[in-house]
Design a protein around this ligand. Structure first.
Ligand code: ZN
Length: 270
């Protein structure tokens, strides 16, 4: 990333009546927002947007961070067996692969299933870390540097950062079991980056309700797969056979078998 974010061109939205509450006395009597107030307004707006994305993560899960991508190494060194596949090819596994390379590669992949039958493997921790990477990036590149207010980026550069802010701040974390809520479902469909936590949990109740929930999940997974710009990370205790019974063969092909389908499998015992 180039120059820090100050001197962004702030377009005055409309008349004096819409001035944000933090504006200074001079702003209130003139037709333009002063640089300092404009900067403050941008920082507040960005902070709120990013907070909405962070808030979607369950409070107990929010702590997970990439911390120089070491979470991957830390978590995977604690399991007896792991493997990453892309379609029918093994991308990396167990002892012969440095998980650090994995963190870098995962950033490029459009979708990822993190699967493991046991709880406490760190599936969600890894998903949250990947999810937060973009948010932390925008926080440091936009909010922090802009707050410091040194240097002046080009117009194109500032537009690029604003685009990134919009993109990452619409990222969402949803629990599979919460997709019954139409508002959460609608947000999940649109989010440019989405974590679906614990897929399969929604089927545990059994019966007709479980079938309805699985059908809804299947529909969401299908839509996510076909959206070219979206990134989706799914954690699940299920394997491909279980997915087949819950969501059907089409979803298994899209998420487990196609050459672009990436699956990280983890097991506590080899
Ligand atoms: Zn002002």
């Amino acid at each position: 990333m180039g120059a820090p974010m100050s001197g962004l061109v702030i377009r005055r939205p409309s008349p004096v009546a819409t001035l944000p509450p933090h504006c200074c006395a001079s702003c209130r009597t003139s037709l333009t927002v002063c640089d300092a107030c404009a900067r403050q307004g941008r920082i507040e707006e960005a902070t709120q947007k990013l907070a909405a994305a962070i808030k979607s993560i369950h409070p107990e899960r929010r702590w997970s961070r990439t911390v120089n991508s070491d979470i991957m190494r830390e978590r995977l060194s604690g399991v007896a067996w792991w493997r990453v596949t892309r379609g029918d090819k093994v991308y990396g596994k167990g002892d012969d692969f440095d998980p650090k390379h994995l963190s870098e590669a995962i950033g490029q992949w459009q979708r990822l299933v993190i699967s493991g039958p046991d709880s406490g493997l760190g599936k969600t921790a890894i998903a949250v870390a990947i999810f937060r990477e973009g948010l932390d990036f925008v926080q440091s590149e936009y909010v922090d540097k802009y707050s410091v207010g040194v240097g002046a980026p080009s117009w194109a550069e500032s537009q690029r950062v604003l685009d990134q802010l919009d993109f990452y701040s619409n990222a969402r974390f949803v629990a599979a079991i919460d997709l019954d809520d139409p508002r959460i479902m609608s947000t999940a469909s649109r989010a440019p980056i989405l974590v679906i936590d614990d897929a399969g949990h929604e089927t545990k109740s059994g019966g007709f309700d479980a079938e309805k929930r699985a059908a809804r999940m299947s529909d969401l997974l299908d839509r996510r797969e076909r959206s070219s710009r979206a990134k989706t990370i799914v954690t699940t205790f299920g394997n491909s056979e279980q997915w087949e019974s819950w969501y059907g063969g089409r979803i298994v092909r899209q998420w487990w078998q196609m050459p672009t389908a990436t699956v990280l499998e983890m097991r506590r015992t080899a």
